[in-house]
Design a protein around this ligand. Structure first.
Ligand SMILES: [Zn+2]
Length: 143
């Protein structure tokens, strides 16, 4: 059995267990219309999905699709979930010092409050000039 989220054409949202992907979609318990499956918020294993980290969240107007309402709501929801998760699991919080600069040479490695500026600039420019590295290596600058 798999737990899915459903939404009917009238906008009622509910969860239902169905046997397999090929089963018929259930009727809405509120109005009886056939509901459509929505992507589930739950993982199959029952573990909470930590979602994107703070560093992966948009920081600029352009990254939010120029302030698109749906996009903003989506990220706001993810951020709120992330906050709750980090309350429970502080080890997920990562670096939460305020970001002072995140553009130009700091696009890939933001300058944060408390960073030594000369070091940060050197790291940022060396990161920006390495053309082969596309991954985000955040773990290397712990401590
Ligand atoms: Zn309904």
């Amino acid at each position: 059995m798999i737990l899915y989220d459903f939404a009917c054409p009238s906008g009622h949202e509910f969860e239902a267990l169905i046997g397999s992907m090929s089963d018929d979609d259930p009727a809405c318990p509120t109005c009886g219309r056939t509901a459509a499956r929505r992507p589930s918020k739950l993982n199959i294993g029952g573990l909470a999905d930590p979602g994107p980290s703070r560093d992966q969240m948009p920081r600029t107007w352009v990254q939010t699709n120029r302030g698109d309402r749906e996009t903003l709501r989506h990220w706001h929801d993810l951020a709120a979930r992330r906050d709750k998760l980090e309350d429970k699991h502080p080890e997920l919080a990562g670096d939460r010092r305020p970001v002072l600069a995140h553009e130009g040479v700091f696009a890939r490695r933001p300058l944060r409050a408390g960073d030594d500026i000369a070091t940060a600039v050197r790291e940022a420019t060396s990161a920006a000039s390495s053309t082969t590295e596309h991954d985000t290596h955040d773990s290397e600058r712990q401590g």
